[in-house]
Design a protein around this ligand. Sequence first.
Ligand SMILES: Cc1cc2nc3c(=O)[nH]c(=O)nc-3n(C[C@H](O)[C@H](O)[C@H](O)COP(=O)(O)OP(=O)(O)OC[C@H]3O[C@@H](n4cnc5c(N)ncnc54)[C@H](O)[C@@H]3O)c2cc1C
Length: 410
Amino acid sequence: MEQFDLGIIGGGPAGYTAALHAAAGGEKVVLFEKDNIGGVCLNKGCIPTKSILHASETFHKLQTCEDCGIKVENIQLDYSKVLERKNKTIEKLRKGIELALKNAKVTVIHEEAKILDSTTIQTAENTYSCKKIICAAGSSPRLVKGLEFDHEFLLSSDDILNLEILPKSILIIGSGAIGIEWARIMSNFGVETTVVELAQHLLPIADIEVSKRIERIFKSRKIKFYTQTSVEKIENKTITLSDGETITPDKVLVAIGRTPNKCENMPDVTCIGDITGEIQLAHFAIKEAIQEVEQIPFNKDLTPSVVYGCPEIAWVGKREQDLEEGTYEKSQILISALGKSHCDNETEGFIKILSQNGKIVGAHIVSAEASSLIHQILIAMQNNISTEKLKEICFAHPTYSEGIFEALFR
Ligand SMILES: Cc1cc2nc3c(=O)[nH]c(=O)nc-3n(C[C@H](O)[C@H](O)[C@H](O)COP(=O)(O)OP(=O)(O)OC[C@H]3O[C@@H](n4cnc5c(N)ncnc54)[C@H](O)[C@@H]3O)c2cc1C
């Protein structure tokens, strides 16, 4: 039986990061992946959706740029090319990770693996002895009774990535990050889009003002949505909602969360990434891997969230509804107050900073570039930089970043 220092199940962000860091530290590592290296993030999640999103955004912008003096006629969409580009992007990035694993001398076994005990991993062909085992087996789309995927009409977030023809209309069940992102993609492509959400507001995990703003934006973008509504039944491709209304979309995307994959629950086996069911984000998985292998700690409460809505949405720390009234200060600026937003035709949104005793405890951004802006605030939070100190920073003009500075004076 071949001996290894570390055996890892799962070649997603958690697994490959752990493998690369352990190998760099001189450990002999074996990594098991039953599907493609890169996991959900690279093959079915973050990367493919953002590639399709980019195409949809370009398509939408070309149709709405007349006020910039640019008239584009006869815009054609070849969706097969959108998929081709998405697949090429995945392949290119996957090759990069595979090469990094090869260069690091990580043994990659492309097979399903099973943990036999806290030092033994088994595949159909072989058994491997590992001084330590990490399980990074990830997660899969959640299955719910009555909403079982048929992969034709009722789609999972995996199925929708490979639709060859765009539907005329789509119903998205669930308004988490995946639901919001696909609502943006589909509506950008001109697909009649409807979202159904059980909670009181869209994107219920977000700050309440963020949720309300998304609802306003959806209305202006003619994305229909129902809140406090569930799907009662599906019969002959007709969806009956809990309020009695019926919808007959071409396709349905069921985006109601993800379930951790199975992993043998063994003592001394460490689980990291989506499999823990804690925070199901790629950067969280990566930080957990580095924490496990390198013992570099990170503050889980300062894990940022980014949702690629229209525009981007990002937040970190406490939401307003988490704080007791009268115990915090709120600084806020509308994005339309920034010169850059008018130059870019991106005036929708706000930057909101919540602080207690002069220190930021939460930040919520709806804006173009929100995915980058949030990190500027995150660095201040992580390093306990006070709002007064932040006011001393010289932010460039015209930028969205200066909105952070402006907000602090409001
Ligand atoms: C549509 C979508 C969009 C997303 N967008 C974002 C985003 O923008 N930003 C973000 O941070 N996160 C995003 N995520 C979440 C992100 O993809 C996950 O948080 C991340 O992939 C988790 O990494 P992981 O390594 O824990 O698990 P995974 O990426 O799920 O990898 C686990 C791997 O383990 C393998 N495996 C499982 N069991 C076995 C076994 N027994 N033997 C061998 N191999 C096995 C699987 O095949 C898989 O490749 C998105 C997810 C989806 C679905």
